[in-house]
Design a protein around this ligand. Structure first.
Ligand SMILES: *[C@@H]1O[C@H](CO)[C@@H](O)[C@H](O)[C@H]1NC(C)=O
Ligand SMILES: CC(=O)N[C@H]1CO[C@H](CO)[C@@H](O)[C@@H]1O
Ligand SMILES: [Ca+2]
Ligand SMILES: [Ca+2]
Length: 587
């Protein structure tokens, strides 16, 4: 039927049932990213197509059907750009080309083409804060070539009055241990690097840099990407030099003797500055302009920030300006991680996002990425389904890090096999505190050699030990598995208007049971209950919500559950085994 006639018809229908539900549905109609299932691919470890032990673009392309089958809306890829791989692609030497071991621009075009055929969106990692020291911009800046003199943050340092020796401009430390300043012999100045020595911070007070980085965004938009996930945004700007041309020192907390580890009282000189928020707003303009000119779906901006809510929430925009579509919400990582997962720590994490969320903005939930230990290891394998359910039942977008759908756990990496600079910059005795390698081990496709990831003798990181049982092949053929539960959840999110548009109520019951209710007038309510304790318990859901009906229908259950799906359960006396998590609905 013709679209206009359809619209007319639905308008008439609306009038017939008298406004309200129709009106709110019309107003609340959601854009694709607001209910999206995002999936993070770590390209180096997803699929190796040519047997060199390293994942690559053709490998990803060959597995896009898997993502489609999972129900993923959009995949974001960690960096695939030309890089010396000091920080595995987060040190970019050419922002406009593909890392040769991952493939070519043509391979990337083929990836995008296949993704479009499958109606999957591809999002790239944008790494705005720094470039590799092998980037031509840096080389030109070292030589003070015209136009590049101030591309990076350069400083003479200061001369120590007692020793007469030159010292770094300030006491700032890099994220990977040691000074954030590196002396350059050629230019005879220090440059700033908030991450590794080989990751030089770009100078965002230079309009040429701002414009160059917008060029990067448009270049990849032209190649068909659906948006960007922006890396390490809060450290974009640092404080300016004072009237004497000097940088202020951060105040050290004194809580540890480890002089190489960042332990500042506030660290507000080197991160979370106001100018950074405005830069995100400028990138949003790039996205919106692009859509206006070229048409197509909304191009999204997702922002990585580990910052206090008052800062993070500003990225969404304010009453007059649009900002990022979604600043990533890491509360479920940073909160529960410290004391193991408990219902009360989840509640605190959810509160801190939803209570601070500006009106009309979309929430999102992340439980892992390539910088953290894997979710199933952090929350406990027994809680893997409970956590996957949680991020899909809570309102807004949900994000999966590759392998969470299988409940993959951390790899065990010896000091000899260690690759991550955050660990390599330490030593054999303490590297495990810093290493991010365990969550970066290759993805598990099968129970065969190298888990079907690669035909190489040796993969770039060893496989995690549990691949024989935790893999796509085994979990797909099992009657019940984490993977099947995950797929059922994605399916439910897609089909349930309540999950897409409904209101949210949540709370803690007994010692360690977390409950969420999603509800929408005219639709069924969805109730999530998870017992995060190590022993069984019986709960009365009326203590949580007196308006529930006497019985709820079971839709999805965690592996620990021996209940039956599509059966009714009494609300006032619901027994839950240890680790049992359920998704129920009113009939
Ligand atoms: C919104 O942000 C813009 C850009 O940073 C700023 O100029 C403006 O004052 C802000 N408006 C409000 C209402 O906070
Ligand atoms: C989660 C994430 O993307 N972390 C990255 C933040 O930025 C630094 C520097 O670019 C990387 O090392 C991290 O992997
Ligand atoms: Ca390869
Ligand atoms: Ca910076």
């Amino acid at each position: 039927m013709h679209r206009a006639r359809l619209n007319l018809l639905s308008t008439l229908l609306c009038l017939a049932v008298l406004a309200n539900p129709c009106l709110s549905a019309a107003v609340k109609s959601k854009d694709w990213w607001e209910t999206a299932q995002f999936y993070q691919i770590y390209p180096r470890s997803f699929m190796d197509s040519d047997g060199d032990g390293i994942g690559d673009l053709n490998g990803i392309t060959s597995k896009l059907e898997y993502l489609k089958d999972l129900g993923v809306t959009a995949a974001w890829l960690s960096p695939i750009f030309t890089s010396p791989m000091v920080d595995f692609g987060y040190d970019i030497s050419d922002f406009f080309d593909i890392q040769p071991e991952y493939g070519t621009l043509d391979d990337f075009r083929a990836l995008i083409k296949k993704a479009k055929e499958l109606d999957l969106k591809i999002i790239l990692d944008f790494v705005p804060n720094h470039s590799s020291d092998e980037n031509e911009w840096f080389k030109k800046s070292v030589k003070r070539e015209k136009g590049y003199e101030d591309y990076y943050v350069w400083h003479d340092g200061k001369v120590n009055a007692e020793t007469g020796k030159r010292e770094p401009p300030s006491n700032w430390l890099q994220a990977f241990r040691g000074s954030a300043w590196e002396w350059n012999d050629v230019r005879q100045q220090y440059y700033l690097h908030q991450f590794a020595v080989q990751q030089a911070d770009l100078n965002y007070r230079n309009p040429l840099v701002v414009e160059q980085m917008k060029r990067v965004l448009r270049y990849w938009l032209d190649l068909g990407v659906a948006g960007f996930r922006c890396d390490a945004v809060p450290v974009l700007f640092e404080i300016e030099t004072d009237e004497n041309g000097q940088y202020a020192d951060e105040e050290v907390s004194g809580l540890t003797d480890d002089v190489d580890a960042r332990n500042y009282l506030k660290s507000d000189l080197i991160e979370n500055r106001a100018e950074t928020i405005d830069m995100a707003y400028q990138w949003r303009v790039v996205m919106d302009d692009y859509q206006r000119i070229h048409g197509g779906d909304t191009r999204v901006l997702l922002i990585e920030t580990y910052a206090p809510p008052a800062y993070t929430m500003q990225f969404y925009g304010n009453r007059s300006v649009e900002g990022a579509h979604l600043p990533f919400n890491f509360n479920l990582i940073t909160g529960p991680a410290s004391d193991g997962v408990s219902a009360s720590s989840i509640k605190t994490a959810v509160d801190s996002w939803l209570n601070n969320l500006p009106p009309g903005r979309t929430a999102n939930w992340v439980i892992g990425n390539h910088d953290q230990r894997r979710a199933a290891s952090r929350y406990g394998a027994a809680n893997a389904d409970a956590m996957n359910m949680l991020v899909m039942i809570l309102p807004g977008a949900s994000v999966t890090y590759q392998g969470e759908e299988l409940a993959m756990t951390d790899g065990e990496i010896s000091w000899e096999d260690t690759q991550d600079p955050a660990a390599c910059n330490s030593n054999a005795d303490i590297y495990e505190q810093f290493t991010r390698d365990p969550s970066r081990t290759p993805f598990h496709w099968t129970s065969g050699t190298n888990a079907g990831f690669s035909t190489a003798q040796k993969t770039w990181l060893p496989l995690a030990p549990d691949y024989a049982t935790v893999n796509v092949e085994t979990e797909s053929s099992a009657e019940r598995s984490h993977l099947k539960i995950y797929k059922a959840l994605v399916e439910l999110r897609k089909t349930s208007t309540t999950l897409q548009k409904g209101s949210t109520k949540y709370g803690v019951l007994k010692e360690n049971v977390f409950v969420v209710k999603r509800y929408l007038s005219g639709s069924e309510s969805i109730v999530y209950v998870a017992n995060l304790a190590s022993k069984g318990i019986t709960v009365d859901l009326y203590e949580f919500d007196k308006t529930l009906p006497t019985h709820l229908n079971l839709l999805i259950r965690s592996l620990q559950s021996s209940k039956k799906e599509n059966a009714l359960f009494e609300v006032y006396e619901l027994s839950l085994a240890a680790g049992e998590a359920l998704v129920l609905s009113t009939i």
